[in-house]
Design a binder for this molecule. Structure first.
Ligand SMILES: Nc1nc(-c2ccc(Cl)c(S(N)(=O)=O)c2)cs1
Ligand SMILES: [Zn+2]
Length: 263
């Protein structure tokens, strides 16, 4: 039979599901430098090299293509935006932005901070911008900027183009084009992005390649409750719309012998 596709626990526990839940993920998913982790802030070591980031092209207004890929909602960022600074070894091109969430406010983030989970976690996935095609399976091939998302009573205008697109991509493998928006408007204000945690880990989806420099910002993004609920209301994991998309969250992984740093 064709190799079963990977899925989250909420999908694997469905009767007659034939997908592989997190306990059965293959590839590098059983190695020791995996993500996500719980960040114990008192054990995070100050590192003065962890300077602020510079964001290039994050202010460009574009009509992004956004898709439901059966695991999350993913904005395709092409190669116009990149980051530098943040003690990264090079410039990193933005590739895609996606989120993880639940339906409750206290679970839904993949990382936790001092045991606290947030309602959502947004990942902006970057790849090392190298000209040569030298081996790219190194530990620093990817840089992911992770933002916690809290639910409040204020509308987040910067998120509206994404929220309004959700109803057009309710089933897997559907795409739509968002109204014009810019990445910068989806992030906390730049001056708030000085404080962050840093550690080396993996993709939180199979094959869980251990190629990610993780940055988890302290300052959360705030969404209105209605904006937040739209994700688990409008999106589905399956074509026949039997399972709404939520809890697309990998369980916490062991820190092992790794050190978490803080800016
Ligand atoms: N929905 C999907 N997300 C990914 C993906 C690819 C690269 C990365 Cl780095 C990540 S994550 N969650 O570690 O940021 C997820 C593939 S399919
Ligand atoms: Zn992610």
């Amino acid at each position: 039979t064709a190799a079963a596709h990977w899925c989250y626990e909420i999908q694997a526990k469905e009767p007659n599901s034939h997908c592989q839940g997190p306990a059965d993920w293959t590839g590098d998913c059983k190695k020791t430098h995996q993500s996500p982790i719980n960040i114990v802030t008192t054990e995070a070591k100050m590192n003065p090299d962890l300077k602020p980031f510079t964001f290039h092209g994050y202010d460009q207004k574009k009509k992004w293509v956004v898709k439901n890929d059966g695991h999350s909602v993913k904005m395709m960022l092409g190669d116009g935006s990149f980051i530098a600074g943040g003690d990264l070894p090079a410039q990193y091109q933005a590739v895609q932005l996606h989120l993880h969430w639940s339906q409750e406010f206290d679970k839904g983030s993949e990382h936790s901070i001092d045991g606290k989970h947030f309602a959502m976690e947004m990942h902006v996935v970057h790849e090392k911008a190298t000209s040569s095609n030298k081996a790219q399976d190194s530990q620093d091939k990817n840089a992911v900027l992770a933002f916690m998302v809290e639910v409040g009573d204020e509308m987040n205008q910067g998120f509206q183009p994404l929220v309004e697109a959700l109803s057009h991509i309710s089933t897997p493998n559907t795409n739509t084009t968002m109204k014009e928006s810019c990445l910068q408007d989806m992030l906390p204000k730049k001056e708030k992005l000085v404080h962050y945690f840093r550690y080396l880990g993996s993709l939180t989806t199979p094959n869980c390649d251990e190629t990610v420099i993780w940055t988890v910002f302290k300052e959360p993004i705030k969404l209105h409750k209605d904006q937040f609920l739209k994700f688990s209301k409008e999106l589905y994991y399956d074509e026949d719309k039997s399972l709404t998309m939520k809890d697309n969250v990998r369980p916490l992984q062991q820190l092992g012998n790794r050190q978490v740093f803080r800016s």
